[in-house]
Write a protein that binds this ligand. Structure first.
Ligand code: GLN
Length: 185
């Protein structure tokens, strides 16, 4: 089982460090050929406009739209996965039935770290929000798996997990473990 980490822009190395620590095999994905070699995909945080543009010019956008294996999207990742993107309206992959509002907590200076809840384990986990988006609509088949301040910040729909925070930047590895479990089934 090889996990692919989309490595066009953003903090993909941080996800690589986590998977290494957890002892899971992974490759960085920059081309359609590399995407076809992986059994699941992580879309990291970064800048969604840039990642979309690079994915389109590199021929990855269309194969990503058709990717039916497990996906974990963090921050920019959940933005790109969304069916609807607001502020401003942009094109998503349409794989996750949520609406996402970009930069909804403000600009870079409004980035913050705080404790939220892993809804599945009922445990408190540290969450890092960097120019984070907000989930403003959740479809019927989407389950809330993480909350911060009573708001959904993590969701799961079938084999897709989307988080508005950065679990790759915290000590808590429960979100990656959950994804690896999903990827193995
Ligand atoms: N604000 C960024 C965007 O719109 C996301 C920030 C992040 O991934 N940390 O893509």
């Amino acid at each position: 089982m090889t996990i692919g980490i989309l490595a066009l822009q953003g903090d993909y190395f941080a996800h690589g460090r986590v998977l290494k620590k957890l002892g899971h095999k992974f490759i960085y994905v920059k081309t359609p050929g590399e995407l076809s070699q992986v059994d699941s995909l992580i879309i990291p945080g970064g800048e969604s406009t840039t990642i979309r543009k690079l994915a389109k010019t590199g021929g990855l956008w269309e194969p990503m739209k058709k990717f039916s294996s497990p996906i974990l999207g963090t921050c920019t990742g959940i933005i790109l996965l969304a069916k609807k993107i607001e502020d401003p309206a942009e094109e998503g992959l349409g794989l996750l039935d949520v609406t996402i509002s970009r930069n909804a907590y403000g600009s870079q200076i409004n980035s913050f770290t705080s404790d939220g809840e892993n809804v599945l384990s009922k445990k408190k986990i540290e969450m890092v929000f960097i120019r984070a988006p907000r989930i403003t609509y959740i479809g019927d088949n989407v389950e809330v798996i993480a909350k911060y301040d009573n708001e959904p910040v993590g969701v799961r729909q079938d084999n897709i997990i989307g988080l508005t925070f950065h679990p790759e930047l915290s000590q808590d590895k429960s979100m990656h473990e959950l994804f690896i479990e999903l990827a193995a089934t």
